[in-house]
Design a protein around this ligand. Structure first.
Ligand code: HEM
Length: 215
């Protein structure tokens, strides 16, 4: 007799896991943006904020472990949904059923890997091997004064914007909020979150390159 399938074994279950882990990551990205906005208040503000966070190792390490876990299950579920989709794709003469879903899925499969590469680089750049440990302001401004580095951040954050838009929009669907009456709100909320985060994050490298934020 076939045993009951656990949540992570079903397609719906994997989508719910992607949605819940995605919302944890969206929460971090919004909080991170709010912290980074202190760049505009000058070195004391942002360096003081970073020092305060680093003076609470249990808080920092709990957040890191939650994020790591969320990124891990998010990527694992993405791979397994992708593998399932590839296997399930039948004859190529068959009509594609849902062009909108296909478009969103394709967007996730290019923006996801770019985002992952960006995050690995970003962690090495500012957290693991910072040029000036403890001086976040100097690390960020000196970093973005190099056009190639600023360009990489711009590309990474544009990928994040696409990923967030389709992610938030489909996450609500996976969690059951898929009703014609609510779909416009769902889209508007996805646009609002994506616009705030993308414009906010892009503003940092652009402000430094334009000379609005200097050492
Ligand atoms: C232009 C936009 C961004 C800027 C200026 C920025 C800046 C920074 C800085 C300065 C740190 C080091 C903080 C410290 O050592 O106290 C940091 C850490 C981090 N950033 Fe960003 N960040 C940006 C975008 C992002 C994005 C889009 C993501 C994720 C999608 C991200 C994820 C992280 C993570 C995971 C850490 C490590 C936190 C830790 O474990 O200490 N950042 N960021």
């Amino acid at each position: 007799m076939q045993g009951a399938l656990t949540l992570h074994q079903t397609t719906v279950g994997k989508k719910v896991i992607m949605a819940v882990s995605g919302f944890i990551l969206v929460g971090f990205v919004i909080g991170h943006l709010l912290g980074n906005l202190q760049l505009y208040l000058g070195p004391e503000a942002i360096n003081g904020y970073a020092a305060k966070l680093h003076s609470m190792p249990p808080v920092v390490w709990t957040a890191r472990l939650v994020l790591l876990f969320a990124v891990g299950v998010h990527i694992a579920s993405a791979f397994s949904l992708w593998a399932r989709n590839t296997q399930a794709r039948g004859s190529r003469y068959k009509q594609r059923k849902d062009l909108a879903t296909d478009y969103a899925a394709r967007t996730m499969y290019w923006s996801g890997p770019i985002l992952l590469a960006f995050i690995v680089y970003h962690l090495l750049h500012f957290t693991i091997l910072p040029a000036h440990p403890g001086d976040v302001y100097r690390n960020v401004v000196e970093g973005f004064q190099v056009p190639l580095i600023a360009a990489f951040y711009i590309v990474g954050n544009i990928a994040l914007g696409f990923h967030l838009f389709h992610g938030v929009y489909s996450a609500f669907q996976s969690l059951g909020a898929n009703h014609p009456r609510y779909n416009n709100y769902r889209r508007d909320l996805a646009i609002a979150i994506c616009a705030v985060v993308t414009i906010g994050d892009l503003s940092f490298p652009i402000a430094v390159l334009a000379g609005f934020v200097t050492l």
